[in-house]
Design a protein. Structure first.
Length: 163
């Protein structure tokens, strides 16, 4: 009986681990093209939500897009950075499981460079995903529009309620 009691706490803690996120960042992206970011997320339970948080480097608040499971990994689409308006996109991936355990990646820097310099940009190739991006505000001070420097074409912005 004593052996079972000693093992029970160890089993309980092992059964509720935060999701693990595996993401290989790109070296750069290009202006005027939506960005596709993918990550493999695994968990000992069910993954409940994966979100991609992004902002223009130096901005105060992040915005977020949901990442959808595509059979192998979760992918999300960031609106196209406008040329000359976004020198670098900062982003990270966050995953939450059904037990509300959360984890996130480091913050990555994605320089926006010309086509001549950036050889393998992570651009969104699916036209339907480019045309139906939903961006979520993370703070009420973000207002009611797509973050400054990102192309609003095909983007629905969901603001936080202000009281």
């Amino acid at each position: 009986m004593a052996v079972l009691l000693l093992l029970a706490p160890a089993l309980a803690s092992a059964a509720n681990q935060a999701p693990e996120i595996d993401h290989q960042p790109s070296l750069c992206t290009v202006p005027a093209k939506a960005i596709s970011v993918c990550a493999t997320v695994t968990d000992d339970n069910q993954v409940a939500r994966v979100r991609l948080f992004f902002r223009r480097a130096g901005d105060t608040y992040y915005s977020a897009v949901d990442m959808a499971f595509g059979g192998i990994s979760f992918c999300g689409t960031i609106p196209a950075p406008r040329e000359g308006k976004v020198p670098t996109v900062e982003y990270y991936v966050q995953a939450i499981d059904e037990q509300y355990e959360a984890s996130r990646t480091s913050t990555f820097q994605l320089p926006v460079q010309s086509d001549a310099i950036c050889e393998f940009p992570p651009i969104e190739k699916d036209a339907s995903r480019r045309a139906s991006i939903t961006v979520f505000a993370t703070h009420k001070k973000q207002g009611k529009k797509v973050p400054e420097g990102f192309d609003p074409a095909g983007v629905r912005f969901v603001a936080l309620e202000t009281k």
